[in-house]
Design a protein around this ligand. Structure first.
Ligand SMILES: [Fe+2]
Length: 354
């Protein structure tokens, strides 16, 4: 019976760049025509947000240091475990999931994954000084992935799969960023991966173009497209995410290999939290999830509703719900939990030891 190590990390794109750029998303969104005039002024922000903003440079440095420390610890746990393959849940932000096909989940069954992670932040320099056009070749466990897809489908959980990228030229950000962050010293990434994309953004994946495009779209309603610019059908529910995880867990445990199963994502995102004028994340929602994780109560997560997740701007948390189905009764070791007002998203780092 296979051993499974569960891992949760973030793929926070600004971490590719310098700390002084971490709050640029907030700066940009505060100029959106959808943000009320008074909320563009820091003096009208919540008190904690004002304090973090006034100390931005030092807070950003600390944010980077805590990421780096946690990621190195996670990497050590993975190395000590020595997996045969890593199955990763990550969101697709209008990268491969576009108008032609949007499955709830898609498993990539490929032997290698060309990745250009630094193109995601083309506007700022990456801290490693790597040419953004440089292609990393991340190894894939394609044959194993095909067997897993077959087993998952045969156990009555239909899942899409593919042998090439549908639209995005290289490995999408949730996976490629994770590869960079877990190889902080740029020594190379040895473990073959099985990426599973999750349609976390659901009804907004097209209408927001995978995130925040609508915040800068000044066209009048009459000029908007009924398909492209209106909310689409729902993304997978938390229950279906959890059930996918349960099925994958069953399949993996029946095999001889050693697997890491990883969730790659931050939790609530400012740019998805309408009730906070897209300026800061839903810290209370995340705090409740953190307390549940800390108590080993992740079996409560399939009870969440899509509407509550969308209201909290916590769409990417669905990656963690998929993971929780794989390790529903394992109490996590929490490596760090980063709360923030001004750096877009809350982050958690945790491992679920076998
Ligand atoms: Fe993402």
């Amino acid at each position: 019976m296979a051993e499974i190590l569960g891992v949760g990390i973030t793929h926070y794109p600004p971490l590719l760049g310098y700390p002084k750029t971490y709050a640029n998303l907030l700066r940009g969104i505060s100029h959106s025509h959808l943000v009320p005039e008074d909320m563009r002024k820091p003096e009208n922000w919540p008190k904690g947000m004002q304090e973090e903003w006034e100390d931005e440079a030092a807070q950003a440095e600390m944010h980077q240091l805590r990421h780096k420390t946690a990621l190195k610890e996670v990497r050590k746990v993975i190395d000590d475990f020595a997996p045969d393959a890593i199955l990763m849940f990550g969101d697709d932000q209008y990268e491969n999931f576009k108008e032609d096909i949007i499955p709830p989940f898609n498993m990539y069954c490929m032997d290698e994954f060309p990745a250009r992670p630094f193109t995601f932040i083309n506007s700022v320099d990456n801290i490693w000084g790597v040419d953004p056009g440089h292609t990393f070749n991340v190894p894939g466990a394609g044959k194993l992935a095909r067997e897993l897809a077959n087993e998952v489908i045969s156990r009555h959980y239909p899942i899409a799969y593919s042998y090439k990228y549908a639209n995005h030229p290289t490995l999408s950000h949730a996976f490629s960023n994770a590869m960079v962050f877990l190889d902080w010293e740029q020594e190379g990434w040895p473990y073959p991966i099985i990426p599973v994309s999750v349609n976390c953004y659901g009804k907004g994946v097209v209408s927001t173009r995978g995130g925040a495009a609508h915040l800068f779209d000044k066209r009048p309603d009459s000029e908007k497209d009924d398909y492209l610019d209106r909310p689409g059908p729902a993304g997978p529910t938390p229950r279906s995410c959890f059930q996918l995880g349960e099925t994958i867990g069953e399949v993996l445990r029946d095999r001889p290999e050693r697997f890491v199963v990883m969730a790659s994502s931050g939790w609530s995102h400012a740019f998805l939290t309408e009730k906070n004028h897209w300026l800061y994340p839903d810290r209370d929602f995340d705090r409740a999830r953190f307390e549940e994780l800390n108590a080993g109560n992740q079996r409560l997560w399939p009870e969440l509703e899509n509407d509550a997740i969308d209201d909290a701007g916590c769409q990417e948390f669905k990656n963690w719900i998929c993971l929780s189905g794989v390790v529903p009764d394992t109490k996590a070791d929490i490596i760090d939990y980063l709360e923030t007002w001004i750096f877009n998203s809350q982050k958690c780092f945790a491992v679920f030891r076998p």
